[in-house]
Design a protein around this ligand. Structure first.
Ligand SMILES: Nc1ncnc2c1ncn2[C@@H]1O[C@H](COP(=O)(O)OP(=O)(O)OP(=O)(O)O)[C@@H](O)[C@H]1O
Length: 274
């Protein structure tokens, strides 16, 4: 697989982002001074200790939350709310249980008043892309966890978002299904040339997929360090497992784990509210 040449432009820019959850006991500062530009076509993975604000950051980019200070922009326009240019996938697949898989996948297009023949053509195309051909008439409860996550992915992709935002999308899957899903998401990223923002707790998952990894501090979340990586191109090729045993893979893996562990230690000694 050839390394992707990035376009110079930023799809999303975050400037001096702070976020505070208000609460009766005084609230929680979840994010502090986040400055980040996400380039078109990159695969950005976010790592950090539990509770450091990763999901909060994703929700700000998605438009579900407005930052308390600073500014989030997409294509240089302020992000004011969710829209289909940014497709979001959570750990639990989001499908309507009363609709079959095809209707679930076509739901967004129907809401956007696409003609029926176009909905069928597009849903079929994405059924194929996520490997669910033959399951069009099944209801979500008739699918395995991995298949449900494939259907959720198709439901987002059919809207042709510019960006995919994923919060621990494979966290509840067994390790083999998880690896298959990693391969699928890499293939989709390659074919669609989408920009991806993926949160994970798994350093190996980040190294297997990312072109850039950011590591966050314990709460309030700040970006501590970023790494440009290209293992995703090697891992997708022949003899892919070998990439995981290269000294440079081990080195970067250890450095990231050390940062996360030091932050988790710091968290133990911090107070619950700030
Ligand atoms: N709705 C909320 N109200 C108040 N505090 C919240 C709310 N949501 C999250 N928090 C707090 O904000 C901080 C950041 O939460 P967030 O879910 O963004 O972290 P995270 O890094 O995604 O965590 P994890 O890795 O465990 O999923 C945490 O301390 C959390 O307790």
């Amino acid at each position: 697989m050839d390394e992707r040449k990035y376009k110079a432009n930023y799809v999303v820019t975050l400037k001096n982002i702070n976020f505070r959850y208000s609460g009766e006991k005084g609230g929680v500062t979840a994010l502090q001074d986040i400055n980040l530009g996400i380039k078109e076509g990159e695969f950005l993975c976010v790592l950090g200790p539990s509770g450091c604000g990763k999901s909060t950051l994703l929700k700000i980019i998605a438009g579900f939350l407005q930052s308390s200070a600073g500014e989030a922009r997409m294509d240089n326009e302020p992000i004011h709310g969710p829209d289909w240019h940014r497709g979001v996938i959570f750990q639990s697949p989001t499908l309507y249980p009363w609709l079959n898989v095809q209707d679930n996948i076509g739901f967004g297009l129907k809401m956007r008043k696409f003609p029926q023949n176009e909905i069928e053509e597009l849903t079929n195309r994405y059924f194929e892309l996520v490997g669910l051909k033959g399951f069009e008439r099944h209801k979500p409860y008739e699918l395995s966890g991995g298949m449900k996550q494939r259907a959720s992915l198709a439901r987002i992709l059919v809207n042709k978002p510019r960006m995919l935002l994923m919060d621990e999308p494979f966290g509840s899957l067994d390790s083999l299904t998880r690896q298959n899903m990693q391969t699928l998401i890499r293939e989709i990223w390659t074919k669609t040339e989408n920009t991806v923002f993926l949160i994970t707790h798994d350093v190996d998952e980040a190294l297997a997929l990312a072109t850039r990894i950011i590591v966050m501090s314990s709460r309030p979340g700040r970006i501590l360090k970023e790494f440009q990586t290209s293992f995703t191109y090697q891992i997708s090729g022949v003899g892919h497992e070998k990439a995981r045993y290269k000294p440079e893979y081990m080195e970067i893996r250890e450095e990231i784990l050390n940062i996360i562990n030091s932050q988790s230690e710091a968290l133990k000694f911090s107070s619950p509210e700030r």
